[in-house]
Unconditional design. Sequence first.
Lengths: 221, 251, 213
Amino acid sequence: MRALWSLWRRDMLLALRRPSEVLTVVFFFVVVAALFPLAIGPERPTLRMLAPGVLWVGALLASLLALNRLFEADHRDGTLEQMLLSGTPLTLLVVAKIAAHWVLCGLPLVLLAPLLGVLFDLSGDALGVLALSLLIGTPVLSCLGAIGAALTLGLRGGGVLLALLVLPLFVPVLVFGAGAVEALAAGLGSGAHLSILMALLLLSGLFSPWACAQALRIALE
Amino acid sequence: MRRIPWTHFAAPQTFYGLAGVCWKPLAFLALALAVAGMWVGFMVAPTDAQQGEGYRIIFWHVPVSWMSMIIYLAMAFWGVVCLVFRARMAGMLSQALAPTGALFAFLSLWTGALWGKPMWGAWWVWDARLTSELILFFLYIGFIALTSAIEDPRRADRAGALVAIVGALNVPIIYFSVKWWNTLHQGASVSLNRAPSMAQTMLWGMLLMALACWVYALAMVLYRSRSLILQRERHADWVAQLPECQPGVPA
Amino acid sequence: MASHLTLGLRARDLSCIRGGKTLFAALDVSVLPGQSLHLQGDNGSGKTSLLRLLAGLSEPARGDILWGGRPMAQVRETYQQDMLYLGHALALKEGLSALENLQFAAAMTGQAWSPDAVTKALRQMGLRGREHMPLQVLSQGQKRRVALARLSLSPAHLWLLDEPFVALDAAACELLLGLMQDHVGQGGMLVFTSHQALSWRGGEHRSLRLGAP
């Protein structure tokens, strides 16, 4: 337990001392969200209709960008190897890494999305559901993406390869996440979507760390 | 039942021999079955009352769709064998299966579009099954891209195995989510699964084509795994002594 | 008494294949308490691969490794807690200070090193006054000393060190050699690689040369 907490603290401390990595991810989200109205025109009804999808895709791409960095630095300076050799189960250490990663790169997206939603003329309720869907959905993205990040560790073309591997797995999260906000707009209520997202979170939370640990062992052999 | 010495063929050297003997006859068998199937499908089976002649594309579409799913499951199966038993051949079989599986997924998408155009008036309408097939195609491409990018063969095998297993576990979830998405948005409700009431001949045609695809896949996997074996074991003595590897023998 | 303290580390019939080439085959290695083993060989002869196999980072193509007479796979957790592996990479975070790095290493391996003990170890390695500086302002040699400070703090019985003398000046080399000899003298086990010729004082010190003769 102490090892987990210490790993989580270490990652937070490192990010606080070098915030540029986290900030670039956040600004990427903002820029992507701002590009869409420029591409599709500023008509409010159109923007309102497209907002859930656009913001979810933006958050997804920003998460993808951040996932590259999950294990890369630790792999390069040898700390990842030491984690494998520390005697603490690797699965638990992976949980700590993913948790820290989400707090640094996922949570800002959750907090920022309602602000961006205002740019798209979403109603208050819709903003709330958007934030909630991202709150439940971004950890799933982090969990699933971690497996991809571990598999592509140290490979050339790693970032694009990671995207290729992991985007098909993101589809359910995208469907139910954006779908939750759209269901609200259609008057159907977002309860079902959000429940399914919770189920996806539980499933991925239970299985991804183990799969990720296996992937790390394979990558470090 | 006579005990089959499965583990005997798990060694690359013996598998190489077995594959060498089997793949050509299998390829010819596949060709024969395909010709028979297409004859039944395009010549013998009656014209459909609702869909006219255009429906005949299902004799290709349904078998290749089935095969693209089955091959992915086979890849995941060999992935489990590779990770749990650390069998060298298992990893090679997974990698040998992937290109054929990707080909079938690709053909499924094209034949689906070719069927869709006369039916719905558009080449692509984001039908739930076709969209799932598209994502399956992406999963194949991801597997191939990852295994090609890793230089160490053992790491490539094991990474690919994990990808195949994770993908296979996710496919039902992805399919379910795409179906949900499709019904929610009231997408094209024409189901490609609702085949026209099947005449006996139509069923025979599809069965023959499915068998042809299966035998073809078998032949290609055996052929491809021979190349992989030669590549991996090129430093071994038994490879140097193969007749096709002697100097002066035409390739 | 724990069995590894009498039986030590033993590897039998080890073979390692990297990139299709066999680096070594049918190798037997054994290190008992109070013994040290110096792995030598040209670049690419498999020294690092052997160390990584012994550390449990990779699986051998053939053969097995025993710790205290039992297969490593069975005793992995206890083995890892009693073993210290320092590879080519320093395993230090540039954004943290020397003190923070070592305390993190302690937390990860379940140790409890007091800040005083850590500071003392750092001073012994010649880093007085630099304990709280972020690692990125230290020189390469100083960073190596921080990594080596772990040696004097760790209670591990087995040390696996890959090229520990790299980038160290003469004084630091003496320090490290002293640490290594003290460790072995007190009944510890040591396996290390180095291109340097070493003057080893006393104790049971053996060499193993890898690669083509």
